[in-house]
Design a binder for this molecule. Structure first.
Ligand code: FMN
Length: 257
């Protein structure tokens, strides 16, 4: 699976909520595990682990019923939620690129038989996945229910780079991101939350930002740009919280296709 294939999948992926309950063939399951084992973290200093579960291991009235789930457990450290989003979005796109269904599951809870702490790492979030019993892909961009580019960006000259980020999934489709800056430097921000929303969305929105950053990195790679992520705070528009700045450099010689 190349990053170009993952990039192209962004334009058709969707959350799949109906699954055939037959487990995937072992060889397919192994390929998924192999791919997950080489996923690239946003912050290499954060310890994490993927953990696979079956139907019986997940509870929650609102949880989606699927034959498989992949969870991420992580060390609780600055940036761990974004790191989890960044990592699991690689799996979400990989599954979709392989015509399998997947859905982020913020509502999913571990059943009693699964400890929520493993090796000092805390359960963060899971994705449901398996063979879909509904369509896996969208046919057209207008099937995406998303904010427009002008709603999420004031940056100039980077429309093409940001389109795949605009399409990123987010919890309750809140799309909490805002981009500013220019061609050689994109500033990534997150909408500041009011008191009530903080309680509900503070954690999950950080996962969303990790997802958006992964889409941005895939986009920069596809468009043959170099990117340096810098988490050193800079000034941001009113009402926004700084997440990262991305310094964009000259074209690379080649990408992986
Ligand atoms: C962090 C996160 C948590 C989510 N949790 C749930 C969930 O618990 N249940 C659900 O049905 N969908 C969940 N979703 C899926 C979103 O509702 C979905 O991504 C969004 O509405 C956009 O739709 P799309 O993924 O089909 O493009 C979650 C998505 C993200 C990114």
């Amino acid at each position: 699976m190349t990053n170009t294939e993952l990039f192209k999948t962004i334009f058709k992926r969707k959350s799949v909520r109906k699954y055939a309950m037959t487990p995937l063939p072992p060889e397919i399951f192994t390929q998924i595990q192999d791919y997950a084992s080489v996923a690239k973290p946003l912050d290499t200093s954060i310890r994490y682990e993927f953990y696979y579960m079956g139907e019986e291991d997940v509870k929650g009235l609102l949880a989606i019923k699927a034959p498989h789930y992949i969870c991420i457990f992580s060390e609780k450290k600055q940036g761990y939620l974004m790191n989890a989003g960044y990592l699991l979005q690689q799996i979400d796109l990989y599954l979709s690129a392989n015509h399998l269904g997947s859905c982020w599951l913020g509502m999913g809870k571990l059943s009693k038989n699964i400890p929520s702490i493993k090796d000092g790492m805390e359960f963060v979030i899971m994705l449901a996945f398996g063979k879909a019993s509904e369509s896996v892909h969208r046919e057209k961009i207008n099937e995406f229910n998303r904010k427009s580019l002008s709603d999420i960006s004031t940056a100039e000259g980077v429309e093409e780079l940001l389109e795949p980020v605009r399409l990123a999934p987010s919890a309750t489709n809140s799309q909490p991101w805002l981009f500013s800056g220019r061609r050689d430097q994109i500033i990534v921000c997150r909408e500041k939350l009011n008191f009530i929303k903080t309680a509900l969305y503070e954690k999950i929105n950080q996962i969303d930002m990790g997802i958006a950053l992964y889409h941005l990195m895939l986009s920069l790679e596809y468009y043959k740009k170099t990117a340096i992520l810098d988490f050193e705070t800079t000034s941001v528009p009113t009402g926004q919280e700084f997440i990262a700045q991305v310094k964009i450099g000259r074209a690379k010689e080649k990408r992986d296709d």
